[in-house]
Design a binder for this molecule. Sequence first.
Ligand SMILES: [Zn+2]
Ligand SMILES: [Zn+2]
Length: 444
Amino acid sequence: MRLFRKNTNKIKVMALGGLNEIGKNMTVIEYKDEIIVIDAGMSFPDDEMLGVDVVIPDISYLIKNKDKIKGIFITHGHEDHIGALPYILKKINIPIYGAKLSIGLIQVKLKEHKINNAKLNVVSPRDIIKLSHMEVEFIKNNHSIPDACSIAVHTDQGIIYHTGDFKIDLTPIDGEVMDIHRICELSKKGVLLLLAESTNAEQPGSTMSEKTVGAGLDDLFRKASNSRIIVATFASNIHRLQQIINTAEKFNRKVAVSGRSMVNVVAVATELGYLNIPDNMLIDLNDISKYEDNEVVLITTGSQGEPMSALARMASAEHKKVEIKRGDLIIISAHPIPGNEKLISKVINSLFEKGAEVVYDESDIHVSGHAKQEELKLMHRLVRPKFFMPAHGEYRMLKIHAELAEELGMPSQNIFVNKTGDVLEIDRNSAKVTGTIPTGNVLV
Ligand SMILES: [Zn+2]
Ligand SMILES: [Zn+2]
């Protein structure tokens, strides 16, 4: 009697989060008796979720199949890609693979949660982790955090290429350009499925290079030659921090750092060599009053108006060490994440009321870390996948990204605008959604 084994050559691709939402990105790829996970992110709660700190994906499918899981492969160190790790590791201690800075930021996070038995593996771009039926390769890309990678999963059915978050920056601050050559090699071998992020899929054109922000900062510092300057940005945007430091150096200003995550990231990034701060430039926040206004820059968290952040506390006069005064220049070097507009505008109003000058939402002091339409099209042209599944974004972003792919000539039946939990079964000839797995929001 011959045993009929069903679906032996089908690869399953499932998102546990990140579709029809911004945040908690997590993708599961299952082939034969092996499972790999790409990213394990969190998202922030809605206004209605009172008393909730973070939202993480439901991982009951992973717990049920824990013996099959070979690892969590991290594309980069943003919270929406690593934030769920402490909660997941408490349930299943899976090995984690990521580039040096990603692992460094994960370590900070695990320490806060007192987890010290994690199996952390530092990889470099082009490294390949070999499993029995899959090989997982890291490919350098560009994003608003150093060490961001795309992930290629090699199988005997073809390659699954997950872009992770990316933009195409031909003049990145660290000179490390996306590995376009490797993408072309993979494309020649044959990419079966592309998963590409859709955050900026609604935006025409291309995202500007991070480098353009340096000139914008220089201009503002030059004009504010008598003011104290406070710059708010994302702690993890280390290239932005580097540019603030470079500009401070040009204008002979010392730098102080405010906000817990900013202090943590500056320490880790300096230690790992991602941030270069000239000797004697960094001063203690307690010492800023010892300097003239035009001798200091304060780098702070709070660019999203988060109520407990350092900038929000300065705005409401609750910060213990920094008092906003007439003539201060405050630069908000970030764009509000959808949903945060009200919070940030409240902070900006309070800062203006205290007599400060506030510069915000201007294109020369911030650029996005995500690819816009022309970059997305280029990625599709380079990868040349057979099938496509838009990733990371609200429904309209996924839908517009699908339309872009069609515009580029992909047949609509090869495009899958999936929901979290949909099971896409795929082999070298065909792809189809065959069912769902349990998913949802876990409130912590
Ligand atoms: Zn990101
Ligand atoms: Zn992201």
